[in-house]
Design a protein. Structure first.
Length: 230
């Protein structure tokens, strides 16, 4: 299932000009960072290592301008950001959901810098509140070193769980994990702690829980408790 998509249009490798534009955007950002924010962060993390280090400081400045809704003078970082896509090539980046897990697909046909710029400029299309929420996510993505798997998703989302349901609707996921009836709107701290302790006993290997899955189950329970007590 497609969760998010980013199309970056850019100059072809055989042309002397360096231009960039945006195409189709599917970037849901609620609750922040949303699937859209995770995809943008993944695009940055995937391509930044191949970007000239001389550009990194200006990328930080560009992100700050985009976050604040400031006018960005063109060209920037040797690329001109424009609306017209005529004569440009396309790179498409997608995030898919498979059960409770997510994976990314990067179809990169242009330079790594063009992909990073496309991800940053796409934030301009979002509401001010979303821009403010996603800019820190992009900074975290710029600092990431490692594979783009479950750990990366949890790192960007600011959560110990990489569950698809947990990211889509954290509170509903937490209520369901603790076994609260469907439609429950409010729960007390006492109720949450009681359900937490009960579920902890169920999943713990000392009480018959599956030893192979106990570690992640305990992490998920801790995350659910944090969500409901926030």
């Amino acid at each position: 299932m497609l969760l998010a998509e980013l199309e970056v249009w850019h100059s072809r490798s055989d042309t002397p000009t360096r231009r960039i534009a945006l195409g189709n955007l599917v970037l849901p950002v609620e609750p922040a960072p949303g699937f859209g924010g995770l995809l943008l962060g993944a695009v940055v993390a995937r391509h930044l290592a191949a970007v000239d280090t001389d550009f990194i400081a200006d990328l930080h400045r560009l992100l700050s301008q985009v976050q604040n809704g400031d006018r960005v003078v063109q060209p920037r970082l040797r690329h001109r950001f424009q609306v017209d896509r005529h004569g440009l090539a396309r790179s498409t980046h997608q995030m898919f959901g498979d059960g409770e897990s997510v994976h990314f697909n990067f179809d990169t046909t242009g330079s790594p810098l063009a992909q990073v710029l496309g991800a940053m400029y796409s934030i301009e299309r979002l509401e001010a509140s979303a821009r403010l929420a996603l800019a820190p996510v992009m900074l975290k993505a710029m600092a990431w070193r490692g594979p783009l798997g479950a750990s990366f998703v949890s790192y960007l989302a600011g959560s110990n769980s990489s569950s698809l349901t947990a990211m889509a609707d954290p509170r509903a996921w937490a209520l369901e994990l603790f076994g609260f009836p469907l439609g429950t709107a409010k729960v007390t701290k006492k109720e949450v702690m009681l359900r937490y302790r009960e579920q902890l006993r169920v999943v713990h290997p000392d009480h018959g829980g599956n030893e192979a899955h106990a570690g992640q189950a305990i992490i998920d329970l801790g995350e659910a408790r944090k969500i409901l007590l926030a």
